[in-house]
Design a binder for this molecule. Structure first.
Ligand SMILES: [Zn+2]
Length: 264
């Protein structure tokens, strides 16, 4: 559960209350969804890891995290996999709600361990600079000991172009409005929106989150992103939408919206 006002930036409650349901504290349900490409040319690729279960109980309560387990590990198990079977983890950015699942579950008096021992971790090089030298405004969104462990693993691979030799099946685009160097993966006809468009309510171009570092830049980037992927007939993948995992883009009269949504 997250504060709905923060999720919709400067949009008034009269508007966003039509799009999402909130509790008595104005909080809304937020998913932290990952995308698994199983056996893609013999590799298991995981796009993002969700929030995981690394927070101590006090912080879990503060962020309204309801789950008591490492949901990603359970979801992988349902696919017949463990974290050891993942060959590549692609991280759009290293905010804790996208990368926390790289860490093992919280245990009293023990520092969490880095999971996915056989994986390479792909992060954009611009974003790695930001994550390791955060601005005071977004320092709390990063997990310093996670960054340290990624660096020490020797398996961190920094990405800067539209492709990477480890993953020729995927192309990359970048945006800077949510956080510098956020990486959007395109695999088949699916594009990973990350926090540029966290859910279908944010397809509407003027809507941004209070967490976005550069809202006007984000809105320009989002408009270009939607135009590009509308023309390419790509399907959007949403990390945070509580109900909708994917949708195509609809364009009518200067306004973008979601169509042919997939719910789960
Ligand atoms: Zn983020």
């Amino acid at each position: 559960m997250l504060d709905a006002g923060a999720m919709f930036g400067n949009a008034p409650k009269a508007l966003w209350s039509r799009w999402v349901e909130t509790d008595e504290l104005n909080r809304m349900h937020i998913a932290c969804r990952c995308l698994l490409a199983k056996d893609l040319n013999g590799k298991n690729i995981l796009f993002e890891t969700g929030i995981g279960n690394f927070f101590e109980p006090k912080l879990k309560a503060r962020f309204g995290i309801n789950e008591d387990t490492h949901v990603l590990l359970e979801s992988l198990q349902q696919q017949g996999l463990t974290h050891k079977d993942i060959d590549i983890v692609v991280l759009s950015h290293l905010h804790f709600d996208h990368a926390g699942g790289l860490l093992s579950s919280w245990q009293y008096g023990k520092e969490a361990e880095l999971l996915f021992p056989n994986a390479k971790y792909l992060v954009s090089s611009i974003h790695w600079q930001r994550a390791t030298n955060p601005h005071p405004r977004d320092r709390a969104s990063f997990i310093p000991h996670l960054n340290r462990k990624l660096q020490q693993s020797g398996r961190l691979k920094l990405v800067s172009g539209s492709t990477h030799e480890l993953l020729p099946e995927v192309t990359f685009e970048y945006s800077d409005g949510h956080t510098p160097g956020m990486m959007h993966s395109i695999v088949d006809n699916v594009v990973f929106c990350a926090d540029l468009i966290p859910g279908k309510a944010w397809i509407h171009v003027p809507i941004s989150m209070g967490y976005d570092r550069f809202p006007e830049l984000l809105i320009d980037e989002k408009e270009a992103f939607l135009n590009r992927h509308y023309k390419a007939n790509h399907q959007l993948f949403f990390t945070h939408d509580p109900d909708t995992s994917m949708a195509f883009i609809h364009y009518n009269n200067g306004r973008f919206s979601a169509t042919d949504e997939i719910s789960h």
